[in-house]
Write a protein that binds this ligand. Structure first.
Ligand code: EPU
Length: 431
């Protein structure tokens, strides 16, 4: 890509990656056809579909026709059908599971419904140690016996799981979801305390409730689940992707642009939009999304990531890129993952003046960014490097863009629709 153009126009936000993957796992809880809408056209959905196919489901996808829009771009996602037979398999394919972390979400529903789940240790982005102890401890509290057998996590339950009170050491998103999906079919009442409150969890609660589950406290840190005997397959629309929406918002500010993020829910990005306003953006919340206008060099802001409703870790790299072109010094603190800063090395190659120390990074105002070849190390780092390339002098090449494909549908096309001078060269995105 060649930097220097402003992002101007509209972009539509599809359903959230971090929701749809769990909604897909929830289809394991019922026999019959689950229909998901607003499904993003991303690589992780393909991998999760293969995981479910390996478990005996038939998965069919209809990606939405792309609508070029008036001066805009984007898709609000397609449809996906999952036909779940009466008797799903209990073992998820190891090679597939290792490719995405979210595939561990099949553990809870499989052990709840089949009495046994075998899941090879999951993979995903290289952004930290990402242990599974909270998942395992919670399932054990529900009466499952969980062991590691040759790199495969095996959870077994002799009969139905038993409701229990579970206090999470940390409000882990994945553990909350897994335990929720196990508890809905357990016998009796489960209380999940210190639960994660991300909008994607409220979305999962909404779908489970439509399926017949009894859940109190959706969106809060205490979830009370009364187990039921069986659930029914339903149709459900995926909540819009707040991280994709936030990425375009940061891009609008960085490029001095004017972007209507159609379908973006401002309420799910309250602290992020507040911070962007502090940094100089004008934000208008509308019924169909929100509009972000950047008119001047951004002012520096300090950011601390925390579980929702705190500032999301998944927007941290994008904000570091923003800070690299801001007018003052900023201090960024990451509290969720321990190695999200590997991205800083690549941003430094573009000329950013930053220094990391533990889980802090100090970004100083430097010279302008200058295009060069950089590598994406994870999905958000990749998106952030593209944003940096959009404001760098000259040509920036971002490699390993398969990471970006994991979470951003048609990123290059959508940015071009907003006026960016960016091309995808086979597996290489040239900005
Ligand atoms: N953790 C533990 N033990 C556990 C579970 C988590 O120590 O049993 C730790 C992790 O190591 C990490 C922290 O707790 O340091 C947070 O992990 P969490 O379980 O909340 O995250 P996750 O479920 O693995 C999801 C998203 C991430 C997002 C985080 C936080 C999916 C598929 N992934 O991960 O998304 O950053 O929640 O919001 O939903 C991304 O999309 O780029 C991404 C990494």
């Amino acid at each position: 890509m060649t930097g220097g153009t402003r992002l101007i126009g509209e972009v539509a936000v599809p359903g959230a990656k971090n929701s749809v993957l769990k909604l897909m796992a929830a289809s394991l809880l019922a026999t019959g056809r689950t229909t998901l809408t607003a499904v993003p056209d991303i690589l992780d959905v393909t991998v999760m579909a293969d995981v479910l196919t390996g478990l005996g489901a038939t998965v069919t996808r209809a990606p939405q026709e792309r609508v070029p829009g008036q001066g805009g771009a984007g898709t609000a996602g397609g449809r996906l059908w999952i036909d779940m037979p009466d008797e799903a398999q209990g073992a998820a394919d190891g090679d597939l599971v290792r490719r995405i972390r979210a595939s561990v979400a099949v553990l809870g529903p499989l052990v709840a419904r089949r009495g046994e789940a075998r899941v090879a240790l999951p993979g995903g982005d290289a952004i930290g140690s990402r242990a599974l102890d909270i998942h395992v401890n919670g399932l054990t509290r529900l009466g499952a016996v969980v062991d590691m057998e040759d790199g495969v996590l095996v959870a077994r339950s002799d009969g139905r799981l038993q409701g229990a009170t579970i206090w999470l050491d940390f409000p882990s998103v994945g553990a909350t979801e897994n335990l929720l999906m196990a508890a809905v079919l357990a016998k009796g009442t489960t209380v999940i305390d210190n639960a994660a409150r991300e909008p994607e969890i409220a979305d999962l609660c909404a779908m489970l409730t439509a399926m017949g589950a009894r859940i109190d406290g959706a969106g809060s840190s205490t979830l009370v689940v009364d187990g039921v005997d069986e659930l029914a397959a339903v149709e459900h629309e995926t909540v819009p992707d707040r991280i994709v929406a936030g990425t375009y918002a940061v891009g609008a500010l960085m490029t001095g642009g004017d972007v209507l993020v159609r379908g973006g829910r401002a309420g799910h990005l309250a602290i992020v939009l507040e911070k962007l306003v502090e940094a100089g953006a004008q934000v208008d919340v509308r019924a169909d999304g929100f509009r972000v206008v950047g008119r001047e060099q951004p002012r520096s802001i300090d950011v601390v990531t925390l579980p929702y409703p705190g500032f999301p870790t998944d927007l941290l790299p994008q904000v570091i890129a923003l800070e690299a072109i801001s007018s003052g010094t900023s201090l960024i603190t990451e509290n969720v993952f321990d190695s999200r800063f590997v991205f800083c090395r690549e941003l430094h190659k573009l000329g950013a003046d930053l220094r990391t120390d533990g889980h802090h990074v100090v970004v100083r105002p430097g010279t302008r960014l200058t295009g060069t070849r950089v590598m994406s190390s994870d999905v958000r780092a990749g998106a952030a490097l593209v944003l940096a390339g959009l404001v760098a002098d000259g040509i920036t090449e971002v490699t390993e863009v398969h990471h970006i494909d994991r979470g951003y549908a048609h990123f290059v096309e959508d940015l071009r629709g907003l006026g960016a001078d960016i091309t995808r060269v086979q597996s290489l995105a040239v900005v």
